[in-house]
Design a protein around this ligand. Structure first.
Ligand SMILES: Cc1cc2nc3c(=O)[nH]c(=O)nc-3n(C[C@H](O)[C@H](O)[C@H](O)COP(=O)(O)OP(=O)(O)OC[C@H]3O[C@@H](n4cnc5c(N)ncnc54)[C@H](O)[C@@H]3O)c2cc1C
Length: 367
C-alpha cells in the first residue's frame, strides 16, 4: 500500500513512523524541515490534567501512557521527562476549583492528589509559592522536545525505507472518482492509495482541494524561553502557578532536557500574539517571582505560533466519508496525542480497523 503523509510535524511523523514500521510504502512530505510548524512553538507538555470531557481526557491519558513506548521505539533521546505537574492556587475560589478538579480526575482514574504547602515546597525546594490555598500533584505528567521528536521520527521513516521529501509544499489533492489518486507537489504528481493529511493549520486549505471542509479557527499562542540553565526545577515536569495579581492569568513553567526553561501564560488554549522582547522580559519576571533562581536568566521570545485548532477544539481524526482514502489528523494538544494517533491511525489505515474511541472525533460530527 502506498501512503502519502502530508506534514512532518509531531503528528504526521508519528503516523509515518508507525506505517513505515509495518512495511508500508510511505512518502512523508513537508514544506519545511520536520517539526518546524506548531510543534516548534509548543510548550510541549504531556498531560491530561485540564482536559475535558471525559472521552477527550481518556484519549490524552492513553497517549500519555504511550509516550514511553514511543520514545523506546524511536530509540533516541527526544527529551522526554516525567515528574508530574505541581499546581497550586492562591485564593479560596481557585482552591475550590482545584479540589473539585482533582476529585473529578481521581474519579476518572487519573493519577492526581491534593498535597499541602509543606509537601509542595519539599518537592520543589527552590519554589517560593506565595500564599497557598490548595495544591495538587498529577504525577504522570511530563514534557518532551517536540521538534526533536518529529525530527527523529522522520529520520526513522527514511531508515525504514520510506521516502522523506522536504521543501516543495504539497499543493493539492488529485481526486479521481471518489478517491484521491495523487498528491500534487510542484509540477509533479505523487500517486498513492491513501493520503494522511497532518499539515497542521494548512490542513484546511489542502483538504479544500478535494472539496473536504475541515473547520478550524485561528489560535495564536506564545511561549518564552530562557538560555540554557543548570537544573533549577528538582522533580516536577511542570509548575502551574496562580496569577500574581488579579489582572494577570496564571503561568506555567518547565525546564527541558536541554536546560532551557519555558514559560507560558493562561491555559493551554489561551490566545496570545505578543512575542516582543518586553513581553518575554515581563513573563520571565513573573516566573522569577516563584522561582528566584530565574532572576539571572535571559528571556528569549519565541515567535507567535499557530495551534492547529478544530472549530470545537476537539481532534479531527479518521478517514472522511466523502473521500474514503483521505485520513485527517488535525489536533490541538498534538504533543500529548501524537504517539497514540500514530498507532491508531496506522491500525485504521492498514488493518481497516474502526477504533470506537475515535468515534467522537470524526470529521462528520460537523455535518
Ligand atoms: C504556544 C503553543 C503551546 C502549546 N502547548 C502545548 C502543550 O503544552 N502540550 C501539547 O500537547 N500541545 C501543545 N500545543 C499544541 C501542539 O504544539 C500542536 O497540537 C502540535 O504541535 C501539532 O502538531 P502537528 O504535527 O499536527 O502540526 P505541525 O507541528 O504544525 O506540523 C504540520 C507540518 O505540516 C507542514 N506543512 C504545512 N503545509 C504543508 C504543505 N502544503 N505541504 C507539506 N507540508 C506542509 C508544516 O511545515 C509542518 O511541519 C501548543 C501549541 C502552541 C502554538
Amino acid at each position: 500500500m502506498r501512503v502519502t503523509v502530508i506534514g512532518a510535524g509531531i503528528v504526521g511523523s508519528a503516523i509515518a513512523f508507525h506505517l513505515a514500521r509495518r512495511g508500508t510504502q510511505v512518502t512523508l512530505l513537508d514544506a519545511d524541515k520536520p517539526g518546524m510548524g506548531a510543534s516548534s512553538h509548543s510548550f510541549a507538555w504531556i498531560n491530561a490534567f485540564g482536559k475535558e470531557p471525559r472521552h477527550y481526557n481518556e484519549l490524552n491519558r492513553r497517549s500519555l501512557d504511550t509516550w514511553d513506548r514511543y520514545a523506546r521505539l524511536l530509540n533516541a533521546d527526544v527529551g522526554l521527562r516525567w515528574g508530574g505537574q505541581l499546581t497550586w492556587s492562591a485564593t479560596d475560589e481557585d482552591a475550590e476549583w482545584l479540589r473539585e478538579n482533582v476529585a473529578k480526575l481521581q474519579s476518572w482514574g487519573y493519577i492526581a492528589r491534593l498535597i499541602d504547602e509543606a509537601q509542595l515546597v519539599h518537592l520543589e525546594p527552590g519554589l517560593r509559592p506565595g500564599p497557598v490555598s490548595a495544591a495538587a500533584i498529577s504525577e504522570n505528567d511530563g514534557h518532551v522536545l517536540g521538534t526533536k521528536a518529529a525530527q527523529v521520527a522522520s529520520r526513522r521513516v527514511a531508515e525504514l525505507g520510506g521516502l522523506v521529501r522536504l521543501n516543495p509544499p504539497a499543493l493539492g489533492l488529485d481526486v479521481s472518482g471518489k478517491e484521491i489518486a495523487a498528491v500534487q507537489v510542484e509540477s509533479e504528481s505523487i500517486d498513492c492509495d491513501a493520503v494522511v493529511l497532518a499539515a497542521g493549520v494548512t490542513t484546511t486549505e489542502i483538504a479544500g482541494t478535494a472539496n473536504v471542509e475541515v473547520p478550524q479557527y485561528e489560535s495564536p499562542g506564545v511561549v518564552v524561553k530562557t538560555n540554557s540553565l543548570p537544573q533549577l526545577i528538582e522533580s516536577a515536569s511542570v509548575l502551574y502557578a496562580p496569577p500574581i495579581s488579579e489582572d494577570q492569568p496564571e503561568i506555567h513553567i518547565r525546564q527541558g532536557a536541554d536546560g532551557v526553561v519555558m514559560i507560558g501564560e493562561g491555559t493551554q488554549e489561551s490566545l496570545a500574539r505578543d512575542d516582543s522582547q518586553e513581553h518575554a522580559d515581563r513573563l520571565l519576571a513573573r516566573a522569577a517571582h516563584y522561582l528566584p533562581a530565574l532572576s539571572a536568566a535571559q528571556a528569549i521570545p519565541v515567535p507567535v505560533g499557530y495551534r492547529p485548532m478544530p472549530r470545537d477544539e476537539m481532534p479531527i481524526l479518521g478517514f472522511t466519508e466523502s473521500v474514503p482514502n483521505l485520513y485527517i489528523a488535525l489536533t490541538h494538544s498534538g504533543i500529548t496525542l501524537a504517539p497514540l494517533i500514530g498507532e491508531f491511525a496506522t491500525m485504521e489505515i492498514l488493518d481497516g480497523a474502526r477504533i470506537d474511541l475515535l468515534d467522537p472525533f470524526r470529521l462528520e460530527r460537523f455535518v
